[in-house]
Every structure is written in structure tokens, then in C-alpha cells.
Write a protein of this length. Structure first.
Ligand SMILES: C[S@@+](CC[C@H](N)C(=O)[O-])C[C@H]1O[C@@H](n2cnc3c(N)ncnc32)[C@H](O)[C@@H]1O
Length: 339
């Protein structure tokens, strides 16, 4: 291998020369031999204070930093390193970081480190606030990489195009979407209330033998992405997406469903009467809520009572913890069977 061979006393000078001229092979470590040293080089060029030689041995590879901590060592104090965000969400090629206030001044170098270490990431953003409002959207700020907030997320055999600020999406609930899809029996007709950019309808269509899946979504941007996603996945024969408020769009539908998913954990139960109206006898409703561990059983009891008051008898066939909302608070799905 091509190398600059010099006495140790000239080592620093030679190294600086090679660096300045872009000649130093930085993937390789220098090799010492008694009071001499070899620096691996890219090109045969005369080097002051050194002989340019062809070595018979190969140089040891320089270990590339493989973790964010390694990359940030020296740029962050030990205390700051401890505060690095340990939970991140990857949506398509966008990594979403939660940066603590104490690290705000260093958020850009932190984001650059995450970008460098994760090959599948092309943009790093930070959450600027939590999901809010009727559309459950949130703001994010691009910290590193491509300045885009739109991406294509892949999960459970589907592709989902979405914009992080214009439509709600959580990559963390992918396994719950698959759980629901696996419950669907051949020939079922499924309704997804609050369908967003259509992750539930798509995952169900792709992973079950449902006859047809309907989605209803209020947010016009989410609806537009949903329509595009149905085409993107070539599932237009199996999925119908309706734009509007479930309160107005569902009652006129002249059909009942074998299964209804209600992925709106904050206020979903307000729409339970609608779901009960449209689910077939023996069919299922999947109702989502954010609950403290100790509140899960009382909540199930409360839902049974609400249904009873509305004139329906239901069985809570399963209570599934399908994610964590905050410390001690879970995203819970109640699988309700209409008796
Ligand atoms: C928590 S998000 C879930 C979106 C999607 N199902 C997902 O898992 O990514 C709830 C969605 O319900 C929609 N939404 C809220 N109220 C609605 C209503 N009354 N009718 C239809 N959609 C509604 C919001 O716009 C939002 O997209």
C-alpha cells in the first residue's frame, strides 16, 4: 500500500502536510516501526521530510464511530451525554428526536450525529409540541439532513406517504395495526373511524382477507394522503376512503360492519353510540383510550355500562396494552363484542 515513511520526529509535520493536501488515507491507522512511522496515502506525490514507499503489509482499519455517544464524545460533557434522547421514532426516513431543554444549544450537533450513525435516516427533526387539536397534528423542526417533513413509511407490507405536520401518524403502533388485521376473518367488512393517512385500512387490506375496508377522516390533508396511499399500494378495489366527520358520514351508510376500529384514544368513546349503531351482532369494536394501569378495569366496566344504557349488551373480550403514552399511562385497546 502507498505510504509516506518518516522518522518519528517528523511525524506531526508529515501528517499535517498529508492532511492539508488531502493525501492522507483516513480510514487507515498509521503504523510505527522502531523510530519510524508509515502514513497510508491516496496518491504518489513527493512529501517533504518523508520517503514515499509501497508497503508489503496492509494498514489496520480505523474504527469508525458507530454510536451517537462515540461521535459526540468531546462535544458534549459526560453529564450532557447522559441526557441524550434514548427514545426516538423513525417515520420513513425521518428520525424524530425528543431533545431535553438542557441540550437545546447543542441540538444541531446532536442531530448531525444521529444522521451520521443511522444509514436509513435522511432527515432528523425534533418534536416542537405534542399532538393536539381535532386533527391530532403537531409541529416538528428540521435539525439535520434534507429539509423535508414528508416521507414514505414502510410497515407490515404497506407504503404510507405522509407529512409529519399535516397528518397524525405514529410508527409505534404498527404492531397493533397488524394485531387488528390478524383478527379479521375472510369476507369481513371493516370500518375504520378516524382513518388518518389510512395506515389501519392499508394494513388490514394487505394482511387479511377482508372483503372491503372503509375509512372516514375529517382532516382534508390526511384524507388526500389516504387517497394517494390507497393508489400507491394498489388497494383501490379493497378500500374506500370517505372525507368528513364520522357523525355525518357514518349514519347514512346503508350497511353494518363486522368490525369497527376507533383509533382516537383521547375522545373516541364519545363516538361509541355511532359504532354500536353500525356494528353487526357478534361483530367487534376496537376502542382505544389512554389509561393508567389501575384505570383499565374500571374503564372497561364504565364502557360496558355506557353500552347497556344505550341498549346494547357487549362483552369486553380483551384489554390490550398497545403502547406507552407517558410514564405509567398506556394506549389501551378494548376489544368489544356485541352480543
Ligand atoms: C389519533 S389520529 C389516528 C389516525 C390514524 N388512524 C392513524 O392511526 O395514524 C385520529 C384522527 O381522527 C381524525 N378525526 C378527529 N375527529 C374526527 C371526526 N369527528 N370525524 C372523522 N375524523 C376525525 C383526526 O383528524 C385524526 O386524523
Amino acid at each position: 500500500m502507498l505510504a509516506a515513511y518518516t522518522e518519528l520526529r517528523y511525524a506531526e509535520k508529515v501528517k499535517q502536510f498529508l492532511l492539508k493536501k488531502g493525501l492522507l488515507h483516513q480510514d487507515h491507522l498509521p503504523v510505527k516501526e522502531l523510530d519510524h512511522i508509515f502514513f497510508a496515502m491516496h496518491k504518489k506525490v513527493t512529501v517533504p521530510n518523508a520517503k514515499v514507499v509501497n508497503t508489503k503489509f496492509s494498514f489496520p482499519e480505523r474504527q469508525k464511530p458507530t454510536t451517537v455517544d462515540q461521535l459526540l464524545k468531546g462535544k458534549l460533557t459526560a453529564k450532557e451525554l447522559e441526557l441524550l434522547p434514548r427514545t426516538q421514532e423513525l417515520v420513513g426516513e425521518i428520525l424524530i428526536l425528543e431533545i431535553p431543554n438542557e441540550l437545546k444549544k447543542k441540538e444541531n450537533i446532536i442531530a448531525e450525529a444521529y444522521l451520521k450513525v443511522n444509514k436509513q435516516v435522511s432527515t432528523v427533526v425534533k418534536k416542537s409540541d405534542s399532538h393536539s387539536g381535532q386533527f391530532r397534528t403537531r409541529k416538528v423542526t428540521v435539525l439535520a439532513g434534507n429539509k423535508t417533513k414528508e416521507t414514505i413509511h414502510r410497515e407490515n407490507g404497506i407504503e404510507l406517504k405522509l407529512h409529519l405536520e399535516k397528518t397524525y401518524f405514529s410508527a409505534r403502533t404498527g404492531s397493533e395495526r397488524l394485531r387488528i388485521a390478524k383478527l379479521v376473518k375472510p369476507g369481513e367488512e371493516v370500518l375504520v373511524m378516524f382513518s388518518g393517512a389510512a395506515p389501519f385500512p392499508l394494513v388490514i387490506a394487505k394482511n387479511s382477507e377482508a372483503r372491503h375496508i372503509y375509512g372516514v377522516e375529517l382532516n382534508p390533508d390526511a384524507h388526500t394522503y389516504a387517497m394517494e396511499n390507497v393508489l400507491l399500494n394498489d388497494l383501490q378495489d379493497k378500500i374506500t376512503i370517505i372525507h368528513g366527520d364520522v357523525k355525518h358520514k357514518i349514519p347514512p351508510l346503508k350497511k353494518k360492519f363486522d368490525r369497527i376500529a376507533m383509533p382516537l384514544p383521547k375522545t373516541g368513546e364519545q363516538f361509541l353510540d355511532l359504532a354500536l349503531l353500525k356494528v353487526k351482532k357478534g361483530g367487534f369494536i376496537h376502542l382505544y383510550a389512554f389509561l393508567d394501569e389501575k384505570d383499565i378495569d374500571p374503564y372497561a366496566k364504565k364502557i360496558r355500562e355506557i353500552c347497556k344504557k344505550l341498549g346494547y349488551s357487549i362483552k369486553v373480550s380483551r384489554k390490550v396494552k398497545c403502547g406507552q403514552f407517558s410514564p405509567g399511562v398506556f394506549r389501551v385497546c378494548l376489544d368489544l363484542k356485541l352480543l
